[in-house]
Design a protein around this ligand. Structure first.
Ligand SMILES: NC(=O)c1ccc[n+]([C@@H]2O[C@H](COP(=O)([O-])OP(=O)(O)OC[C@H]3O[C@@H](n4cnc5c(N)ncnc54)[C@H](OP(=O)(O)O)[C@@H]3O)[C@@H](O)[C@H]2O)c1
Length: 319
């Protein structure tokens, strides 16, 4: 297919863990042209996307940028939409997601894939506070009412959270993992860096089949105890789980969170929601992403391919 006849896909948040995965997979397929949006085209991540053949545009993910977004979506057959991490007290996630979707419609995009999550507020009748879930679900609901084909992916807890945000630390002889879930609770986890792209490629390859669907992306189901046991076996390092599930435990292990009470409430609300109600609604197809991506990474596969030994890493670009 000649370059100009390949369909164009615009990727929002293209230097993110999810966005980079989508850009690299679509470019690697040889079937798409890719336009990527970033605040900083000179970042190493943006330069790397350009070197792989992506068009790179400077468009910040901020409310009030509709016309820049419309221009960035113009000519695109499809778009991958993402809202970046938005910590409370900021509350603009719904407004931003709505603006992205409205701009895609105005530009005439045929199909949007939005990175969504479950509506914790509705599922728990307001008992659990997790606005970064609920606001995405509200964006999803809004998009469903727009005159555009849409599909939604819902990513499990990221393995990378343990590398970036809740890193283990040495305590005596052992590397101690404070994890925000009870030790024996099996939860869904995923590597966003390798799992998002194949799922989105599958969706864009069969748009009619996937229109209107909400599809979880999962790499593995396992408990924190199992994660730590696997880490010990793969790395040969002595390691131990510690609970960071309750408020007192979370603040004991991560005292810096105490500066943001709403963030503490959100982290506790998210973890309690996952434990008491299930991370995904019961009717979701939890096997789908692993079926369409046989190369998906289990936690063990993630440890073996990354060779991670417990050090603190950063995969995103700074907030
Ligand atoms: N952590 C989890 O377990 C988990 C699970 C499911 C869903 N999620 C959701 O995943 C989303 C984040 O995805 P990700 O982890 O793939 O992203 P990420 O790696 O943290 O990257 C976020 C990207 O957004 C762009 N961005 C634009 N404006 C930003 C801003 N004001 N602050 C920060 N970044 C900004 C940045 O790109 P430029 O610098 O190039 O502009 C950055 O590369 C969040 O909405 C989160 O709720 C997280």
């Amino acid at each position: 297919m000649s370059a100009e006849r390949k369909p164009l896909v615009t990727i929002v948040g293209a230097t993110s863990k999810q966005g980079r995965s989508v850009a690299q997979t679509l470019l690697g397929s040889g079937r798409y042209r890719v336009r990527t949006l970033t605040r900083n085209p000179n970042s190493p991540e943006a330069r790397s996307l350009a070197a792989q053949g992506a068009e790179v545009l400077a468009v910040p993910l901020e409310v009030g940028r509709t016309q820049e977004l419309v221009r960035a979506f113009r000519g695109a057959e499809a778009a991958f939409l993402l809202t970046p991490p938005i910590a409370p007290p900021a509350t603009h996630e719904f407004a931003l997601g709505k603006q992205l979707a409205d701009a895609a419609v105005e530009a005439g995009v045929g199909h949007v894939v939005f990175s969504s999550l479950e509506n914790v507020d509705a599922i728990t009748s307001g008992k659990k506070f997790a606005p970064h879930f609920t606001d995405k679900a509200r964006v999803e609901e809004y998009i469903r009412g727009l005159p555009i084909k849409s599909t939604f992916v819902q990513l499990a807890f990221f393995y990378t959270n343990l590398l970036e945000f809740y890193p283990p630390r040495m305590d005596g002889e052992a590397l101690v993992f404070p994890i925000y879930l009870p030790g024996d609770f099996r939860a869904p986890f995923v590597d966003p860096r390798t799992a998002t792209g194949p799922a989105v490629l599958e969706i864009l390859s069969h748009p009619a089949q996937y229109a209107g669907q909400s599809l979880p992306i999962v790499g593995d189901f396992l408990s924190p105890n199992e994660m730590v046991e696997t880490f010990q076996r793969v790395t040969g390092r002595k390691a131990a789980y510690r609970s960071a599930y309750t408020r007192a435990e979370l603040l004991h292990h991560f005292p810096a969170f105490a500066e943001n009470e709403l963030l503490v409430r959100e982290l506790l609300g998210m973890a309690e929601y996952a434990v008491e109600y299930g991370y995904f609604q019961a009717h979701r197809d939890l096997a789908w992403s692993r079926k369409v991506d046989p190369a998906h990474l289990t936690w063990e596969g993630f440890l073996r391919t990354t060779n991670w030994k417990g050090e603190t890493l950063s995969f995103g670009t700074p907030a």
